[in-house]
Write a protein that binds this ligand. Structure first.
Ligand code: ATP
Length: 319
């Protein structure tokens, strides 16, 4: 996705006394994009989101939202965003409708616009039957939906979600992820999460932060794309010897994984796979699987954070 970025963050720093929590973060968020912030505990994700939402001032650096500077024009910027903090700001003694109506007024909707806005977000967030229920009596998942509903009550172009599915059961997690994907059409979304499968499922791009610095910023497709070197796994019903596979041109190395399975490293664009297919047919090896190996986001995350690998080493070179 390319275009004019809706959010631009430049050289963001934040310190707490002697502790440097953010150390020069720069990134962009495109219109309609879902960006996931990943990182170990204390990496600086919540601090970043608090600054983006206007709740915390950076020590230095610049944030612009919709072309407006967040420090110079905080009110104008805050109208462009909705924020679900780590602990949703809910009032348990209010009903869902009372609370959402209150949030709508805080977000400067005119009184006459409030009922329609409340109805819209209740529908979007699956809260249709809960309008008259007390928030304090709702399950955690439904309270989280109310938290998301307040973040989008004024239809902001930017939605900031801090760990939106934390503490939810697997069914609720699926529903909140579906909701985030649905919102993505109209809104730019930035979210933090510890669940890597979640980032893989809902984000267009992920940014791995460690100790206040960005280690990797890449599309999910590219992070989880093929392993460098065109590594594939194959399985045969009548497996040949390793030396027979090694003899095929374009195959660099062969590793046996047992039970007729092998991991092959192929020279890119060498035609090795086609050659393997024709050898297997001719010699009746019974090729029953040929799968390009892919990284999981978890594997990339762990290797980067452990310092085992440089980001470039984990990605396929760009065409
Ligand atoms: P987690 O995944 O655990 O939520 P995080 O990546 O969101 O972590 P932050 O909450 O941004 O991390 O915190 C980054 C660092 O800043 C931590 O070391 C935290 O203890 C510290 N920190 C955050 N807020 C304050 C504060 N008000 N005063 C002092 N230190 C703080």
């Amino acid at each position: 996705m390319v275009g004019i970025p809706f959010v631009e963050v430049r050289d963001l720093h934040r310190t707490y006394g002697p502790l440097a929590v953010l150390r020069g973060l720069s990134f962009e968020l495109q219109t309609g994009e879902v960006l996931g912030l990943l990182g170990p505990n204390g990496a600086g994700k919540t601090t970043t989101l608090q600054i983006l939402s206007g709740a915390l001032t950076p020590s230095s650096g610049r944030v612009s939202i919709g072309g407006k500077d967040l420090i110079a024009e905080p009110r104008a910027c805050k109208l462009l965003l909705g924020y679900l903090p780590e602990h949703p700001p809910l009032y348990p003694e209010l009903t869902v409708d009372e609370y959402l109506g209150f949030c709508a007024r805080l977000r400067q909707l005119r009184r006459a616009q409030v009922p329609a806005a409340v109805e819209r977000v209740r529908e979007q967030c699956g809260l249709e039957d809960t309008g008259r229920r007390l928030i304090g009596n709702l399950s955690k998942g439904f309270q989280q939906r109310v938290g998301i509903a307040q973040a989008i009550i004024h239809s902001p172009p930017l939605v900031i979600l801090d760990e939106p599915t934390v503490g939810l059961d697997p069914i609720q997690i699926r529903e909140i992820r579906r909701l985030i994907r649905e919102l993505a059409g109209e809104h730019s979304i930035i979210l933090s999460t510890h669940i890597l499968a979640e980032a893989q499922a809902v984000c267009d791009r992920v940014q791995i932060i460690n100790r206040g610095q960005i280690m990797l910023s890449e599309t999910v497709d590219r992070v989880t794309g093929g392993r460098p070197g065109g590594s594939v796994q194959v399985a045969f019903e009548a497996p040949p010897g390793i030396n027979e596979i090694e003899a095929i041109s374009g195959i660099e190395s062969v590793e046996s994984l047992g039970s007729g399975r092998f991991r092959l490293r192929c020279i890119p664009n060498s035609g090795a796979r086609e050659q393997l297919l024709s050898e297997s047919l001719g010699k009746r090896w019974g090729l029953c699987e040929l799968t390009p190996e892919r990284h999981s986001l978890e594997e990339v995350f762990v290797r980067l954070i452990a310092g085992e690998e440089e980001p470039a080493a984990l990605l396929e070179p760009r065409a």
